[in-house]
Design a protein around this ligand. Structure first.
Ligand SMILES: Nc1ncnc2c1ncn2[C@@H]1O[C@H](COP(=O)(O)OP(=O)(O)O)[C@@H](O)[C@H]1O
Ligand SMILES: [Mg+2]
Length: 388
């Protein structure tokens, strides 16, 4: 234990020495070493260091830096006294970063928000202020956090994400102060601040289970939202809108609903996530879009990455992978869902009824009945063009 502390102290001293000598490249190398070293024992620290490294690519001057030079008085990031966890995570993404896949209404709302900032003078001339705050609502893995990062990059400001686990892990009675310290820090420069998974603290104040601590936290958030400067953008995200205090809800200028992707968005996602392997899988897109119904973007991305790795390793052909995936998927479907899947496969692919029965567990008789004696497959050439 003592050894460990000694070692950490020596790491700290070394880092300070390199930083004061302005040996930036050495600082980078040393930080990269620390990332590897602490990944096992202090994953949060490792992750944070890694983010800092990534957000400051070696030597090249980031556009962000040009726009907002580091303020001389910039202090250290706020840290919880007990856990020493950094309360804020910082992201500085490239504005050229790919736009998240968004439904058209979300896209419209966010583009207006960006435009309001770009033309804030025009708004001001008419006595209007740009949208100050927005709440992102939607199930996990559909891009709430990703979109916050993209928005900040579009606005050329850093994104601070308030780590509510760190706030909550602080000593009872101190989380309010921690929360305030973190928000105050973010207020010091134009930025986007994301209160991620805000339901973690913003439970309904009338909840029986509420302890005073939670109530105080909600009060702090309410005040902070009210006092949030128009120069920044305050975002909150939640998977549980029903848990949000209505008083808090009302304070957000804009509500943005993120949805589980529909068929068209799933196809776009497949195209994006498959990247160069899209051509290989193009003939399966309709089937995959059907099978991925109800999945979040992040689930789709995960499975697609798995396909691509398998193909890269030669561990299976695209057909094998899709077939295995459909089999697994069919298990999760009810009877009618399996029949729909079988009919789809019969109409859209060259698979034999035998193979389809094998994949879906639907009997060939049933498949025949539903496809109405339509000969399976062979109507394909036109399709592929439409997909490309
Ligand atoms: N709308 C989207 N467009 C593109 N990729 C997405 C989208 N939503 C999720 N993803 C992928 O899934 C990952 C997790 O999404 P995230 O933004 O953390 O979801 P949420 O915050 O809604 O739970 C993202 O980093 C991205 O790789
Ligand atoms: Mg999220």
């Amino acid at each position: 234990m003592l050894d460990k502390i000694k070692e950490e102290q020596s790491d700290l001293a070394q880092m300070v020495r390199l930083a004061l000598a302005e040996q930036t490249e050495d600082v980078r190398l040393f930080a990269a070493r620390l990332v590897r070293k602490y990944r096992g024992t202090a994953p949060d620290l490792a992750e944070q260091l890694e983010l800092y490294l990534k957000s400051k690519p070696a030597r090249s001057v980031s556009p962000m830096r040009r726009l907002s030079p580091p303020r001389p008085e910039a202090g250290a990031m706020p840290v919880d006294d007990e856990s020493r966890l950094s309360l804020l995570k910082v992201f500085k993404d490239d504005p050229a970063k790919q736009t998240p896949l968004l439904s058209s209404d979300v896209d419209d709302a966010l583009r207006q928000l960006i435009e309001e900032r770009r033309q804030s003078d025009r708004l001001q001339a008419m006595g209007l202020t740009p949208t100050r705050s927005a709440i992102f609502v939607g199930p996990p893995g559909v891009g709430k956090t990703l979109t916050a990062r993209w928005l900040a990059a579009q606005l050329n400001v850093p994104l601070y994400v308030l780590d509510l686990t760190a706030v909550m892990s602080s000593l009872l009675g101190k989380s309010g102060a921690n929360l305030r310290a973190a928000i105050d820090y973010a207020k010091r420069e134009p930025c986007v601040l994301l209160l991620d998974e805000i339901d973690a603290i913003a439970k309904r104040r009338s909840d029986d289970t509420d302890v005073g601590e939670l109530k105080r936290l909600v009060t702090v958030i309410l005040q902070e939202v009210d006092e949030w400067p128009a120069s920044g953008l305050l975002l909150a995200a939640t998977n549980h809108p029903e848990l949000i205090d209505p008083a808090l809800w009302r304070r957000f200028d804009l509500e943005v609903q993120f949805k589980t992707p529909g068929e068209q968005s799933i196809k776009e996602a497949l195209k994006r996530f498959l990247g160069p392997d899209y051509a290989l899988f193009a003939r399966w897109i309709d089937i995959l879009a059907f099978a991925f119904a109800g999945y979040s973007f992040s689930d789709i991305e995960r499975d697609v990455q798995r396909f691509r790795r398998a193909v890269a390793l030669g561990a299976g052909t695209d057909a094998d992978l899709v077939e295995d995936f459909m089999k697994a998927r069919a298990l999760a479907l009810d009877k009618q869902g399996r029949i729909n899947l079988a009919v789809m496969l019969a109409k859209e692919t060259r698979l034999s009824q035998h193979a389809i029965a094998d994949v879906t567990g639907v009997s060939r008789d049933t498949i025949r009945k539903y496809t109405n004696g339509v000969p399976t497959a062979r109507k394909t050439t036109g399709r592929r063009k439409a997909d490309a």
